[in-house]
Structure formats: structure tokens, C-alpha cells
Design a protein around this ligand. Sequence first.
Ligand code: GTP
Ligand code: MG
Length: 328
Amino acid sequence: MEKEKTVLEAMESDIMNANIPDVEKNKLMKNFLKLKEQKINLMITGATGCGKSSTINALFNAEKAKVGVGVDPETMDIQKYELENLILWDSPGLGDGKEADNRHAKNIIKKLNERDENGNLLIDLVLVILDGSSRDLGTSYELINSVIIPNLGEDKENRILVAINQADVAMKGHYWNHQENKPEPRLVEFLEEKVTSVKRRIKEGTGVDVDPIYYCAGFKEEGKEQNKPYNLSKLLYYIIKFTPKQKRLAYIENINQNQEMWKDNDDLKNYSEEISKSMWETVKDCAAEGADIGGAIGSVFGESGRRIGKVVGGVIGGVVGFVKGLFS
Ligand SMILES: Nc1nc2c(ncn2[C@@H]2O[C@H](COP(=O)(O)OP(=O)(O)OP(=O)(O)O)[C@@H](O)[C@H]2O)c(=O)[nH]1
Ligand SMILES: [Mg+2]
């Protein structure tokens, strides 16, 4: 069986085969080579047991990210996962006692101030996970307001994403509809209030506006069926939206291939369609930057456009026929 092309491979051959003047073709190729090099550094942090490992495992092909089930579940120091151009930093937050907290805070601050070889801040985006079942989010506010936000540099609002996990057990497991894997209206109301109060506490503490979302990373109990995630596509959509355009392609080949994980979401948006659109924007705007190919863009990147639709649509679902729409 012929191995299926990756999005990057498809882009490369699209450019090689494009029926356009050489000058433009060379420009596209130069842009493409730059795109190919782009790395994303995503920091995932939050209090012990909030679901960092579960979230990483649900989103990406990071089998190595072990979920804390041992006797000593704390991830003591920052763990790094390298998935080709996608680099994840799983960083313990606060709530482990004074000494450990100081160490964690120091580690996070250091990482947030690190620069890459081009002199840009290394960490593109910080995903802060809150435990939605916890009544006391004090340490999480401290983490966000005193450790993370002051160290985000200038573009604070675009470098932090706050997500409330464990939505299923937010009201001690009440009002979670297990058949349909979604919250009942009373739980929705409760979760929305939580979103509002988290937003307010961060605004009051730092002046920074964030728009938290709630979700479920899903989990597996010994000998029981896998509890599926909820709003995982929504979470990925926000992660991608907050990632600089030229870096977004690094996610695509690393998203979890298990379709079941992506299915259940609120219906505020068609998240898979939005994800495809964001990826296509990268191809269109970054690869074609400065090249005068105007209306030919759709036909130049036909195969890579289809490939994006196939990966996102095939895994996350529900975008059949969408990619065709991109070109019309
Ligand atoms: N009910 C429910 N349980 C969850 C969810 N996400 C994670 N869990 C459970 O919460 C526990 C902690 O999850 P982890 O993913 O290990 O959390 P962590 O933040 O990586 O924890 P440390 O690395 O120890 O700080 C595990 O037992 C998970 O199965 C969720 O969405 N719902
Ligand atoms: Mg962990």
C-alpha cells in the first residue's frame, strides 16, 4: 500500500507541479521551506491532578505522556514531549506544598522567559488547565495571576488559554448525561457561571481578558469503559486559533487518530470545519505570501487542501465536501 502523503509532502509536490511562472514557484518554495521549519512550543500547566497528562493524551499522539496513576502521581518537574515540530511542555502548577510550589513557579517563569534561536519567546502558548470539580481554585488563580500572566511578555492576551477540565464531575457527577456524553442544562448553567467567575478573577487580578472554555479530557478507569472527552474539538480549535498562523501546520499530523475522542462537543460552532479553515489559511496566506498567483491559489494547493480536509475531517469528523468549498 502506498503511504499517504503528509500535508507538508502534499504541499511540496503541489508547488513543484504548479502551473505558474518560475519566479512565483520559487517564491512559494522558499516560503514553504520556512513553514516546514516552524516549531510550536505549547506549555500545559495547572494544579496537580487537574488533567494535564489526560489532556495531552486525548489531543495528541503522545503515548509517552503517562497519566498519573502511581503512588506518587505528581509530575515533579517539567516534562517535554517532542512530536516532530510540536513540542509540549507539561509543567506542574501550584498546590504541592510551599517548597515544591516555589520550584514549580521558578521553572515556569524561566521557561516563559526563554528565547529561541531567533530571539523570539520560546513558548507560543500556555494552556492553563483548571480542575472543574474543585471548589477552591485559589492556587490556580495565583498561578495564572502572579506567575504566568506577568511573565507573558507584551502580547499577553494571545498567549494564554484557560480551560476548565473535568466538566463531567463539576457538580459531583450530577447532571452529566452519560448516554449522550454531555452536560444537562443545570450543569451547563453551573459551568457557565464558573467560566464567568474565572474570567472575572483574572481580569480583576491582572487586567487581562481571557475567555475560558470548559471540557472533559475523558479518562479510563481500570476494568471500565473509556469515558469519552467532551469539547475536545473545541479545545483544539482554540489552541490552533491562538497559535501564530505560520506555525499551525505542526499540529495536523500529531492529532489523536481515534475518532471517538473528537465527536462530542457543544454545537456553538462546527469545530472541525473551523480547524480546517485555520489550517487552510496557513497554506494560503503563508505559503503564497508575496507570490502573485491570485485566483490560482486553489488549484495550486489542491492536493494539500484536500489532504488537510482529509486529516481533519477524517479524524475530527463532519467536513465531507467542505474542502471543495474552499476553492469555490
Ligand atoms: N472524571 C474525570 N476525570 C478526569 C478527567 N481528566 C482527568 N481525569 C482524572 O484525573 C486524574 C488526574 O489526571 P492526570 O491527567 O494524571 O492529571 P495531571 O494534571 O497530569 O496530574 P499530575 O501530573 O499528577 O499533576 C486521573 O485519575 C484522571 O483519570 C476528566 O475530564 N473527567
Ligand atoms: Mg501528569
